[in-house]
Design a protein around this ligand. Structure first.
Ligand SMILES: [Zn+2]
Length: 259
């Protein structure tokens, strides 16, 4: 994802990972807890469940941003990572801004999450468990297996002995594959929005940005309707509704600035 970097706060957590400076803004924890409590909906979320969720989101968003940062470094940049609100960002002042590098940098985030999920499946198999990823979200897993439908794929695994371990796997696959796929939608400020902007600008330098903002607006509005009607989630509808509106605002601002 990309969006404006948040201001520094005294509650920021700082550390380095693979040479990249990492800053975790307090809103990151706040929103993660909020989403974790929301996940349970009518069910009660216990503390263990919430801690597993926070750990998974923290590790997964970090892996996603590491994907972006490693690709930025490959193109000669010296990026830093910020974890904030609904995700994070890998930014740099000296990054290669050419469309081709920007497309690869944007795709590297979701790709890192997918690779991590596949690595977990491989690890499960290597330790003698049955697990896999099947195409299609309506796949039936073998009897007695956990099956997690994720839009275009279903992850299934043989239940492990402990409940927390199964919760950990479920959260992990959901964040790394599910969020990764959502992130690829051609919506600003998701990674897919950035890819769509670069691709459309390459094919139509004069109108690329306007086209990508229009695509973003329509895709976000469609997702808001899907969220509300198909998934029955006002939260998803609200999130995508506000993204559709901000794309609309960006479009108006861009048009008035270019005249
Ligand atoms: Zn990203």
């Amino acid at each position: 994802m990309f969006f404006a970097e948040p201001p520094r706060s005294q509650y920021d957590v700082h550390f380095r990972l693979f040479g990249f400076p990492v800053r975790v803004h307090p809103f990151f924890w706040l929103i993660t807890v909020f989403l974790g409590v929301g996940i349970g909906r009518d069910r009660k979320v216990d503390l263990a469940q919430l801690l597993i969720w926070i750990g998974v989101v923290f590790a997964s968003i970090l892996i996603h941003e590491l994907g972006h940062a490693l690709m930025q470094r490959r193109f000669g940049g010296r990026p830093w990572i910020t974890l904030y609100a609904f995700g994070g960002l890998a930014s740099c002042s000296d990054c290669d801004r050419s469309p081709r590098s920007q497309i690869l940098i944007s795709l590297a985030g979701p790709a890192a999450g997918f690779a991590f999920a596949v690595a977990v499946v491989v690890l499960l198999r290597l330790t003698g468990h049955v697990a896999g990823i099947a195409p299609g979200s309506g796949q039936r897993a073998p009897d007695g297996f956990y099956a997690l439908p994720l839009f275009i794929a279903t992850v299934f695994w043989e239940p492990l002995a402990s409940r927390p371990a199964n919760l950990l796997l479920g959260n992990l696959f959901w964040v790394n594959i599910g969020w990764g796929l959502v992130n690829l939608l051609p919506i600003y400020p998701l990674d897919g929005g950035q890819v769509s902007r670069e691709v459309l600008t390459l094919s139509n330098p004069r109108r690329g940005i306007v086209l990508s903002l229009q695509v973003s607006m329509v895709a976000a509005a469609a997702m808001a309707v899907i969220g509300l009607v198909a998934w029955g989630s006002p939260l998803v509808a609200l999130m995508f509704g506000s993204l559709a509106y901000s794309s609309y605002q960006a479009l108006q601002a861009y048009r008035s600035s270019s005249w």
